[in-house]
Ligand binder design. Structure first.
Ligand SMILES: Cc1cn([C@H]2C[C@H](O)[C@@H](COP(=O)(O)OP(=O)(O)OP(=O)(O)O)O2)c(=O)[nH]c1=O
Length: 613
């Protein structure tokens, strides 16, 4: 399934599920995996006492089930499938392992042991990569286990027998099926519900991510920028689960690692080559493929934002997919798919109770969150998305033509004058400024200034931060009349402080308000050179000697710690300037003692002092 990149890693492989369990088949096919079912003939007869822990037993049984199928298929066709998946679920009460009951009495014995108590359900999983070489079968085993704790209510004899007589316990570990009638026996579940049903899907996906996401070459680092959010989920998964560096099957870093075998010394990549039987084959282009899918991830994010999915989950989550669909007034199937992709992208969490927001989502994608980036998402979806569809044209016509190609079209120019578009733009700037304003305001000590004017100050976020940091500073927000008119809607509880005033005007035409310090935050880069020099010379003539000019711009990517987003912005705006270029620019307009500092991940701040003319 294209929408689920980790499962998609198995898309073009011949995958075999070595299990007769209908539950496992259902879980995996629901996750979009395509596979053949070949039930294992391995008899579950390993000597339990020889295992240090119950889960070690489950892992070994899972491995033997998968290896039996791989061996049998290879023997039959002299060809093995690419991947064989084996699993074994057991119930453990302390050190005692309960498998499937052999008869009703056995089921009664098991259920009585579980009655009114907590127990663990372990599923061991083995992912066996196979390769036929010179008629010989080579295998690499990756294995792990998942534990879920389940508590039974106090149940009467009568109820237990009624349950046993239903026939349900017989093909299930511990003698119950939590997903059906057995659910009535259960008071509490802690951990992955699907693990109890027979397959820990979440851990399986993490294991796949660990196996299939090697570090990408330097030149293909993930791109992070404002308009196409990075798909961090799978990087995170691989990072956290195993350092993200080893596509091989070592279980180190994951639970059950101590049970893993196989040659751990095998170098990353060597495994792939061996498995593919082609040492000369190039490394798998994971980074490239992720880039190709990047736009899909962005669109998923934008769509979820537009549907207000994160607001619904914030107020009412965790929710099941059907309930989310009802609240969004959307189709249940489509909603579930969207929810699952959001889980894969790290935007949501999924447990047996349903879907809920992650910490980052709660902080940044909920409408009323202090640091909500919803406005930015909305603007990127409604405007920047369309702009980037004209990238080819922009490249052909050259950067100078960017206003027509990667900039605004006539239709958009017209639209941009609309109130809705202005509001959309303001919401985006408001979102972003909330992230950056504090860094800009504190990059230098500005306490020597008594008045500041934020040119193009939009909704006044930076002004508010300046006023907060410098108790004696009077701040003017200067922006186009249509922006100032709408800015009131962004002020929570009035205009925050009496030291801030909003003045309408055009900084290319109107007199600039008087101030000791002029501020240009994320303004210069949007203008072609002639306009930029015009603006700077207007500021320079308005600025008294000793006054200051503070410029905040996107930091160039080459700088240590800088975000990569400015590099992408160059396609729709100018090239980010280096610190030296900034210095020269301010000096050219009569500012001296130009100092440069970093302001957070995104911006660089430059402060110059107006020299006497
Ligand atoms: C505890 C519990 C187990 N089970 C099932 C999952 C497994 O199918 C079964 C445990 O037996 P397993 O031996 O793990 O699996 P299986 O015999 O069904 O299939 P195969 O050996 O071919 O892989 O118990 C439930 O369906 N619900 C439950 O609540």
């Amino acid at each position: 399934m294209v929408l689920c990149p980790v499962i998609g890693k198995l898309q073009h492989k011949h995958v075999v599920l070595a299990s007769a369990s209908p539950r496992r088949q259902e879980i995996l096919s629901n996750a979009g995996l395509r596979f053949e079912v070949v039930p294992s003939r391995f008899k579950e007869k390993l000597h339990k006492a020889s295992f240090a822990t119950p889960y070690a037993y489950a892992v070994e049984t899972a491995k033997q089930k998968a290896l039996e199928v791989a061996g049998r298929m290879h023997q039959k066709d002299l060809r093995a499938p690419d991947v064989v998946i084996g699993a074994d679920t057991i119930v453990a009460v302390g050190a005692t392992i309960l498998e499937k009951p052999v008869d009703k009495q056995d089921a009664y014995r098991m259920l009585s042991r579980l009655n009114g108590k907590e127990h663990s359900v372990f599923t061991g999983v083995a992912i066996v990569h196979c390769c036929s070489k010179d008629g010989r079968l080579d295998t690499e085993v990756s294995e792990f286990y998942e534990e879920t704790t389940v508590t039974f209510s106090e149940l009467s004899e009568e109820l237990l027998w009624e349950y046993i007589n239903s026939g349900e316990p017989m093909d299930k570990a511990g003698g119950y099926g939590i997903q059906a009638l057995g659910g009535m026996l259960v008071e509490n579940v802690h951990g992955d519900f699907l693990n109890v049903v027979g397959f820990p899907l979440n851990h399986f996906c993490k294991e796949l991510a660990r196996l299939y996401y090697p570090p990408r070459p330097e030149g293909l680092r993930r791109v992070k920028h404002d308009s196409i959010p990075a798909v961090d989920t799978f990087e995170n998964l691989s990072d956290t689960e195993g350092g993200g560096s080893d596509p091989g099957p070592s279980a180190e870093g994951g639970r059950g690692g101590e049970e893993a075998d196989g040659d751990r010394s095998q170098a990353p990549g060597a495994l792939d080559a061996a498995l593919n039987g082609a040492e000369s084959r190039p490394p798998f282009p994971t980074g490239l493929l992720e880039l190709m899918d990047g736009f899909k991830a962005s669109k998923v994010l934008f769509t979820a934002c537009k549907l207000k999915l994160f607001d619904v989950l914030k107020d009412q989550g965790p929710l099941k997919a059907v309930d989310v669909a009802r609240k969004l007034d959307a189709c249940a199937g489509g909603t579930e798919q969207l929810l699952d992709v959001c889980v894969a992208l790290g935007l949501l969490e999924k447990t047996h109770r349903g879907y809920s927001n992650t910490a980052v989502t709660t902080l940044h994608l909920v409408s009323d969150a202090e640091h909500s980036l919803l406005g930015l998402a909305e603007y990127n979806d409604a405007h920047v998305w369309g702009v980037f569809t004209r990238l080819g044209l922009a490249v052909r016509e050259g950067a100078g033509q960017a206003r027509g190609a990667l900039g605004v079209t006539e239709e958009e120019e017209h639209l941009s004058q609309s109130r809705e578009m202005t509001l959309q733009f303001m919401r985006a700037m408001h979102s972003l400024s909330k992230l950056t304003a504090h860094h800009v305001a504190t990059a230098f000590d500005l306490s020597r200034f008594t008045s500041a004017c934020d040119l193009g100050g939009c909704t006044g976020i930076l002004a508010r931060e300046l006023a907060r940091e410098y108790p004696h500073l009077q701040v003017t927000v200067f922006d186009l009349p249509e922006v100032i008119e709408l800015s009131g809607g962004f002020q929570r509880g009035g205009r925050q402080t009496e030291r801030i005033r909003f003045v309408p005007g055009d900084f290319f035409k109107d007199n600039l308000p008087e101030a000791d310090l002029y501020v240009l935050s994320r303004i210069l880069q949007d203008w072609p050179d002639d306009r930029l020099h015009k603006l700077l010379s207007r500021i320079s003539s308005g600025c008294k000697p000793g006054g200051g000019l503070l410029v905040a711009e996107a930091a160039a990517e080459e700088e240590e710690g800088a975000s990569r987003s400015p590099r992408l912005r160059t396609l729709s705006a100018g090239q980010p300037r280096s610190p030296d270029e900034h210095r020269r620019l301010l000096q050219r307009h009569g500012f001296r003692d130009v100092r440069v500092a970093r302001a957070g991940d995104l911006l660089r701040v430059v402060l110059g002092t107006r020299a006497a003319p």
